[in-house]
Design a protein around this ligand. Sequence first.
Ligand code: ADP
Ligand code: MG
Length: 729
Amino acid sequence: MPSLEYLDKIPIERVSGLSGARGKALAEARIRSVRDLLFHFPRRYIDRSRIEPVAQLPVGEEVTVIAEVLSVSTRRPRARLTMTEARLTDGTGTIKAVWFNQSFRARQLTVGAEVALSGKVERFRGTTQMKSPDVDVLSSSSTEGLKTGRVVPIHPNAAKVGSGWIRRGIWNALKRARPIEDPVPAEIVSRRKLASRNDAFNSIHFPDSMKDVAIARRRLIFDEFFRLETALALNKRLREENQVGIVHAGPRELSERFVSGLPYTLTEAQRRAIEEVVGDMATSYPMQRLIQGEVGSGKTVVAVAALLVAVEGGYQTAVMAPTEVLAVQHFLGISDLFDQANMTPPDTGPDASLGMDSLFGEAPLEPTVRMALLTGSQAMTNFDSGAGRPEILEMLAQGEIDIIVGTHALIQETVEFASLGMAVIDEQHRFGAEQRNVLRQKGDAETTPDLLIMTATPIPRTLSMTLYGDLEETIIDELPPGRSPIQTRAVGRDQEDRVWELVTEAVSRGRQAFVVCPLVEDSEKIEAASAESEFRRLSGLLPELAFGLIHGQMPPRDKDAVMHAFRRGELDVLVATTVIEVGIDIPNATVMVIEDADRFGLSQLHQLRGRVGRGVHPGVCILLADPTTPDGERRIEAMVRTNDGFELAQEDLEIRGQGTVFAASQSGRSDLRLANIVSDRDSLIAARDDAFALVDTDPGLGSHPDLLAEIVMFFGDDEEGKTEWLFIS
Ligand code: ADP
Ligand code: MG
């Protein structure tokens, strides 16, 4: 019985009808083997039983007809205009089709060919006709070619090889490949009531009825998910077996001191999260855990409480943020928390002799945590006011720093740790898996540091199952008490004055505001320029307010200066680009104005909204927009409707579709061809359950060699032959 793997070794040129030039062209278009050909699924089907006879076509409606070409001709009624006309019949009547400037139609439509025309029916001088209908050639002549059944599959063209040729090739290939082997355990196939794989491939390409298509799709979709989830389960299992983690299992005094030193009590969800993370850290597996939680749900506190368990055990830890601004803010924020908990070390820098501690010659009573910031342009510590970049690097290598906060600069070659035991990555969707791995390799050769990934962009369950399916997941589903919900309003440009009135009024009550300028895709420069001009415009419009400006083109020092000034309340309104999207925490800011909000993505809008309402004062988010697209309208409407990040994430996934989401995450998991994580959610969940259960009982798939071989074929190597994501940490 041929397996997909076997069929993958048969070159496309061996398929009858696709040898020679056609085969070569297909191979260049990555349809190289019989396996590839079998995965070239029809893009739609025409059900003959539902095709209207030409004699009875409803005028004014969009329909598909199937008819034979009687004649084709091309005329040139005037310069720069060609007109191709075809007459066709289905036995009940004749129809005329007309195309303008599509002279290739004359070559496409040979006399005697059977074609499907899709378009709007018109009556013109007693003749039924269609203007510029879509054409699918079903067979190039009535005598030659494949007799299609009641349901006609329309395969997509590829590499200029017509769909008729492709369909015939698939027919021939299937004839020889049958019966196709099924490596999915029979127990699963029967329990899930799935069609056999062989039937599924036959019916997806040449169905007898649309019901057959549905049954075939169901099986093939399950297979796509099942392969993916089995690969993820194997990946996780292999990681656990092959990598030695660090058992972080101290008495947790440092962590508890930190928590009890906070000016608030943790939420139930935060406590639960800490337990989950710390529980994981105490095992000998290297942790890979994802923490998801709404903006402001207190993930950072959870991460620090966990880090301190590693620090207590004598390990170093790292916190990586996606931007400089955010790294600086994490550093300052965590420093504050340590101050509050009395855990900041005394200054040991050059000027430290003037400090109180050395005057009295007393060591601090509280346990302290030494922390440093290292970004591309900045370096500071919470214990040595004189330390610069070289000193920090040296101290890191010597193990004298407990927590290092930074950006990508942290994973540069020159950064060495004495004993990296745990890393936290904030907003992981901005990092590639690549960077994740480099950081992890900063641990010593034998052990793999624990990894905690925080994301404030909630990920719909089905997406995290596919993108992060090999990670553990912690969800913080509760906001700290006392937060007033943010009100969101959509306001048209014609009401802009009222928006600025509201901003002025908030400032007069001592509050602050953000104004986010229109997104300019692919050009930070233009975006910066538009932010600058908006800054000038608003400064002129509202001279009584103190405006600041921040955008991605500014040098990091200037950005920091502006953020500090805003934080200290020296500025009333911060005009910004999306550099403020992530993590910025200014509790006194209560108004967020987003200009041309319809042009932003939903998760971006939600992130931006999360920048206000972080303190005791209620926040308001104003979406200043006149949406010009249905999607834009839908995003605005969703923002006004809900504050729930998970609901918005789901909506976002539905609007954008999985393709863009996978592309944006730069993951190789876009190998879902039929399956859709939104509409085939149940199948995904079933496949995941079965895959993980299977790998639990048969960890290396030793008893399922065919399945393993298939999975390695799908996920093992990429085109260049280098191992893709499977089987790496
Ligand atoms: P996230 O990283 O999830 O967006 P943070 O950890 O930055 O959230 O917390 C947001 C703000 O809420 C911070 O100012 C933090 O000190 C505060 N905070 C965190 N947990 C609590 C809590 N349980 N009660 C009150 N405030 C909290
Ligand atoms: Mg945070």
